[in-house]
Design a protein. Structure first.
Length: 124
């Protein structure tokens, strides 16, 4: 994983994991995502789907790494993209988004997403 941004969230790790893996939730927290589809609606090991960007472009994606409840990473249009990690803590969890070494500017978008995830998880 290249550069990353993390946020401590006072919600159960399972709640946060559900937000990260259920594609219907992505537009609620992902500033660059307008929608997504994947068989079953939930990201799993090896899953392939389509993500629609905020500017309306649909791109294929593939889950390239998956550890249930802990981590998933993907490539979008064949290009390595965000790595999503959840680490349980005594008070909830720490969520980390990593980006490829060549995309550190995307960390600002990830920081916004983490704040939104915290808000959504608190309301769950």
């Amino acid at each position: 994983m290249g550069p990353s941004v993390s946020r401590e969230i006072a919600s159960p790790p399972t709640v946060v994991w559900d937000l990260l893996t259920h594609v219907a939730a992505w537009p609620e927290w992902g500033p660059s995502v307008a929608g997504a589809t994947v068989p079953g609606g939930v990201v799993r090991a090896g899953a392939r789907g389509t993500v629609r960007t905020a500017v309306g472009v649909s791109l294929p994606f593939e889950v390239t790494h998956f550890e249930e409840g802990r981590r998933w990473a993907w490539s979008v249009a064949g290009v390595p993209a965000t790595d999503h990690r959840v680490r349980p803590t005594a008070g909830g969890c720490v969520v980390t988004f990593g980006v490829p070494w060549w995309a550190p500017g995307y960390l600002a978008v990830c920081a916004v997403a983490l704040r939104r995830i915290e808000r959504l998880a608190a309301g769950a």
